[in-house]
Design a protein around this ligand. Structure first.
Ligand SMILES: NC(=O)c1ccc[n+]([C@@H]2O[C@H](COP(=O)([O-])OP(=O)(O)OC[C@H]3O[C@@H](n4cnc5c(N)ncnc54)[C@H](O)[C@@H]3O)[C@@H](O)[C@H]2O)c1
Ligand SMILES: O=C(O)C(=O)C[C@]1(C(=O)O)C=C[C@@H](O)C=C1
Length: 310
């Protein structure tokens, strides 16, 4: 395992929340000399440059990645395949390519399709917020958070070294690194991230549909639980559209189980079965305790981080 790592030129493709956070974090940790931003939106490039997130910017990927020894694909998941296909010929020999997508099956397919001269290591930092765009990024986003790597099945030494380098990069920005298969990642994250987002989008939508409760009342009485759901439901629609389209099977599997549990609750409420409700709530309360003890809970609303712009 490589202990420390340093890049000459990083190219961040998709300079939004995660791309700009990684740019800030790499700069803070002195892991890179120069950062080039590539985004399909020229306005994002202009804003990122003004904020000092990137040194130079480009809307043309082929020009932007020239000379980069590190390429970070931080676009929505639905764009990873097409971006990787361009990188197959545009990236310099020996370049390390990572993505940060929330679904790993699609990134693994892209990594497998890469020529051997470049090294694509799929990554997912399990850290984020409901905000998007270059203004939302901050250097400490990845501190003490997990970053999951799902490497391609390549056993040549150059690829193994690239996986080590990717791990060292994430450690260098404060993350804890874990390696697993893309399939396992996508099922685990369907449970811990994708289904919760789907539920939040649905709950907030359902509240909006209850015509006899005025919108003003929803705002007025949103002090606790519902307010937390509205934060999650404010997440980027394009990002989440792509997550659900690209992790269809795992999400449908956990959604099926959720629906069964919900039906059990519905039945207990209908029949006044207090014991069933109490037993179910007691069982899940233990999970929250375990998460807090493992230090994985975040103190909303600003995650306890001083440098997070709000
Ligand atoms: N937001 C989170 O909490 C979070 C956490 C971990 C991982 N992720 C993953 O990180 C990735 C980026 O998410 P984000 O929240 O930073 O999104 P974002 O909307 O803040 O930024 C995405 C950027 O990508 C650009 N883009 C889109 N398609 C492009 C293309 N084909 N070529 C170049 N640029 C393109 C957009 O213009 C935008 O600036 C997603 O894959 C997401 O699943 C997000
Ligand atoms: O805290 C939040 O706002 C998040 O939604 C972050 C979160 C998550 O579900 O935990 C969202 C998507 C990612 O792929 C990783 C992290």
């Amino acid at each position: 395992m490589t202990d420390s790592v340093k890049f000459n030129r990083a190219c961040v493709i998709g300079v939004g929340l995660i791309g700009s956070s990684l740019a800030h974090a790499m700069r803070t940790a002195a892991l890179v000399d120069e950062i080039i931003g590539v985004d399909r939106d020229a306005d994002v490039i202009a804003r990122a440059q003004k904020l000092g997130v990137i040194d130079k910017g480009e809307t043309d990927l082929v020009k932007g990645v020239k000379g980069a020894d590190l390429i970070i694909v931080s676009t929505p998941v639905g764009a990873i395949g097409a971006v990787a296909a361009e990188l197959a010929s545009a990236a310099d020999d020996g370049a390390l390519i990572i993505d940060v997508g929330s679904v790993k099956g699609v990134a693994l397919d892209a990594a497998k399709a890469m020529p051997e001269r470049v090294h694509f290591v799929p990554c997912h930092p399990v850290a984020g917020t409901e905000q998007s765009g270059p203004e939302a990024g901050f250097a400490s986003l990845f501190h003490d958070r997990w970053c999951i790597l799902t490497p391609a099945p390549r056993d040549d030494d150059a690829y193994k070294a690239a996986v080590d380098k990717a791990a060292a990069l994430w450690s260098g920005v404060g993350a804890k690194v874990e390696i697993m298969t893309a399939e396992h990642h996508d099922l685990a994250l369907a449970v811990t991230s994708h289904l919760p987002h789907l539920i939040a989008f649905t709950i907030v939508g359902a509240a909006d549909d209850v015509e006899s409760v005025a919108a003003g009342e929803i705002v007025k009485y949103s002090a606790g639980g519902f307010r937390d759901f509205t934060r999650i439901a404010a997440s980027d629609p394009v990002m989440w559209r792509d997550v659900f389209l690209n992790n269809k099977e795992a999400v449908l599997e956990v959604l099926g189980r959720f629906s069964e549990e919900l039906a059990v609750m519905q039945r207990a409420i209908r029949w006044g079965d207090g014991q069933a409700l109490e037993d179910a709530f007691t069982r899940v309360r233990g999970l929250r305790k375990a998460i807090v003890e493992a230090g994985q809970e975040s103190a909303a609303p600003n995650f306890g981080r001083d440098d997070k712009p709000r």
